[in-house]
Design a protein around this ligand. Structure first.
Ligand code: DGJ
Length: 700
């Protein structure tokens, strides 16, 4: 068997030493060729007072071979076979992928470790499969993917959050000990986004070596980054299995979710660039190539107060503003007058819609808009016909009461009758009505996720994927939004089956600046639902001028979340203006290379997108400027020698409070070369707190 596997992509190499187990020797910048002395030159000494043999930090570290940190696999067979030690049995590989088959002939387990390096995007994918080859059942406790990192990866950036406050980041030293995140909420969650970054100390948006990780999974997970006492370090991610959740009979397998990872020597920008490229090419599957339609979603406009005539008026006004997809949110189905009842009863409420839904849909279509509808299929309200008929369809543990969440329970999707009921109801809606889009919500966590009394988050997550897959097969043109009280289910695996995320229930533009920044590390703008809300935000009561709201929503998959009928003519004109601006730059926004700029003033958020010909940069002043004068905006252009036309395409409309004289160029178009823009930059106006501007650059 060969001793070295060298995976190569456009810019990166991963070199894996093949011994008893596979072990990463290098993962990062491209290595042209393997030196004959590589194995010799990387041989480790053995330190005093430790084991007498060298223990590799393998792609699946084992307790039984002397890895004293988190093992990659845990489990047992009635208390036996709990510390397996594997031996390499077979290897197949080419320049972009390797599959290692390992076996433990004592514990009678087989492992398949798959590693792929995507040539174009430089993104690594890794997963592990374990097979029980004994006739006694094996109870699997854990099977995680491990990737080791060099010692100069010594700072962590992790995510935390909560409802209306998703994708917040924090920095941690990564010299000793480590970081661990366990998600037991049964959905990807607002709290524990399954991603993290490890980099060289002080890595920033534009500078430094960084390794980025994301686990593509929508259930429970464990994510950790550990530094061993010998200085070697690794990131490990996998599904968090509940006690007794996975039992493998003879010949049965468990396959871990994919761990996605990449490296950059240009800070976080290099990471997001690669993840975006990978997602665009391999994860998102839009049914057609059409531009992402601008939305109006009715939720914050009317909540549960559905009157068809009024909704049609909203639609007329939405179309006048430039909206292209009109979505009726929660409240349309039988008995749904508030959040305490009716989930599960997916039939139109004919009291609210005495003439059916068709007139509304026809009206929406006549205005040139697509029609979308809200559903929350996984849930049932205690006060619903479905629950009264099938209380046993709920995920639960016999003998216990479980707390409800938003007065609802989670349905057991592994129950075939329940699964068929849901498929039939959704299929019926999609067949009966001209629905182009489902907003698929999921508003509570799994508290007692029991299927026949056994832990079932794994099975529930798989069954959910199957429900999506079967519906998409039956209705391939329908697009789906993944919403879970806002950003509670955002990950690559759900994105294989959906087309947009509702990033957060928070439409407060200031909060959104942080949420969208965090999300932008992994997901490209075209899947990030971002809406203009009313002046006074419903989730924070904070007020923002339309400039801040419009600019913040403009750079994602844009929409509006309000009742246009109640808005002033002036506000409506402004919505139309931002929608038009979004459409003007939509191609660039939704296909270009996104980046962020390290601001001289930490109270600014600066981000942009470029495609080699054009660039759009947003400067958002989050709080009071740090100094009386702003630092020049220095822009890294692809071509230093090229000449660019530079002009401001959006600025606050109200008078500036902190500035009495504007730089003259604000009303002109500048002509500047790439090196001037990068090294000297352009002077900005003094922005008041919570306001923003957009600069456009065009190569001449
Ligand atoms: C939570 C979602 O995030 C909101 O956008 C809205 O759809 C409500 N649920 C409806 O109940």
């Amino acid at each position: 068997m060969q001793k070295i596997v060298h995976l190569k992509s456009k810019k990166h190499s991963m070199i894996i030493k093949v011994g008893r187990v596979p072990e990463i020797l290098h993962w990062g910048a491209n290595i042209a060729k393997i030196d004959p002395d590589l194995i010799l030159s990387t041989e480790r000494p053995i330190s005093q007072a430790r084991l007498d043999v060298d223990v590799p930090l393998s792609l699946c570290p084992e307790l039984g071979s002397g890895h004293f940190n988190a093992p990659g696999i845990e489990g047992h067979r009635h208390g036996e076979d709990w510390a397996p030690v594997f031996e390499m049995k077979a290897l197949t590989c080419d320049e972009q992928s390797a599959s290692f088959t390992l076996e433990d002939t004592v514990a009678k387990l087989e492992l398949l470790i798959e590693v792929k390096l995507d040539f174009n995007s430089d993104v690594v994918q890794k997963r592990i499969t374990v097979k029980n080859v004994a006739d006694k059942e094996y109870c699997l406790g854990k099977l995680s993917s491990t990737l080791s990192l060099p010692n100069h990866a010594n700072e962590l950036m992790t995510f935390h959050g909560r409802w209306c406050h998703e994708f917040q980041t924090q920095r941690l030293s990564f010299e000793h000990g480590g970081f661990m995140q366990e998600n037991r909420r049964g959905r990807t969650s607002h709290e524990n986004f399954p991603g993290l970054f490890v980099g060289s100390k002080g890595f920033s948006e534009q500078v430094g070596q960084v390794w980025g990780f994301h686990l593509g999974w929508s259930g429970n997970h464990q994510l950790r980054a550990d530094v061993r006492s010998d200085g070697r370090r690794f990131v490990q991610a996998g599904e968090l299995l509940l006690s007794g959740e996975v039992h493998l009979k003879e010949g049965e397998e468990y396959q871990s979710p994919w761990l996605y990872a990449t490296y950059s020597n240009t800070g976080l920008n290099g990471i997001s660039e690669r993840f975006h490229e990978f997602v665009r090419a391999n994860i998102i599957k839009f049914p057609t190539k059409k531009a992402r339609p601008v939305h109006l979603n009715t939720w914050e406009g009317i909540y549960f107060d559905h009157k068809p005539e009024y909704i049609m008026q909203m639609a007329t006004e939405a179309a006048e503003m430039g909206v292209e997809r009109f979505i009726i949110d929660d409240g349309w189905f039988i008995g749904r007058d508030g959040e305490r009842a009716a989930l599960g009863d997916w039939y139109l409420d004919e009291k609210k819609y005495p003439n059916g839904l068709e007139p509304v849909i026809n009206h929406v279509n006549e205005q040139g808009m697509e029609f979308g509808l809200w559903v929350e299929p996984e849930m049932v309200s205690e006060d619903s016909n479905l629950y009264r008929q099938h209380p046993d369809w709920v995920l639960s543990l016999p003998g216990y009461q479980q707390p409800s969440g938003r007065w609802q329970y989670v349905l057991d999707l592994q129950n075939p009758d329940c699964f068929s009921y849901l498929f039939d109801r959704l299929n019926d809606l999609l067949t009966r009505y001209n629905i182009g889009y489902f907003k698929w919500d999921m508003n509570r966590e799994l508290v007692q996720p029991g299927h026949h009394g056994k832990p079932a988050v794994h099975g529930q997550t798989k069954a959910l994927y199957r429900l999506f897959d079967e519906l998409r097969l039956a209705h391939p043109d329908v697009e789906i939004e993944s919403c879970s009280s806002g950003g509670g289910r955002i990950d690559f695996e759900i994105l294989q089956r959906t087309h947009r995320f509702w990033a957060s229930d928070c439409n407060d533009a200031l909060e959104r600046q942080a949420i969208q920044r965090g999300m932008s590390y992994f997901f490209p703008p075209e899947v990030m639902g971002a809406h203009i809300g009313p002046a006074e935000c419903h989730s924070t009561n904070r007020r923002h001028a339309i400039n801040m709201r419009g600019v913040t929503a403009l750079s994602g998959h844009m929409g509006v979340e309000l009742d246009p009928v109640k808005e002033s003519a002036e506000e409506k004109q402004a919505f139309a203006h931002y929608i038009q601006l979004h459409k003007q730059y939509r191609d660039l926004l939704h296909s270009g290379r996104s980046f962020r700029i390290d601001p001289a003033d930490q109270s600014q958020n600066i981000y942009g997108v470029e495609n080699g010909e054009e660039m759009l940069i947003t400067v958002c002043q989050l709080a009071m400027p740090n100094h009386a004068l702003p630092a020049p905006l220095r822009v890294r252009c692809v071509e230093k020698e090229a000449t660019y036309e530079v002009k401001i395409v959006e600025m606050p409309h109200t008078s500036f409070q902190l500035m009495k004289q504007r730089p003259q160029w604000l009303d002109q178009t500048l002509t500047l070369s790439g090196d001037n823009l990068e090294e000297i930059g352009v002077t900005l106006p003094i922005l008041d707190p919570e306001s923003a501007l957009i600069v456009h650059l065009k190569k001449m």
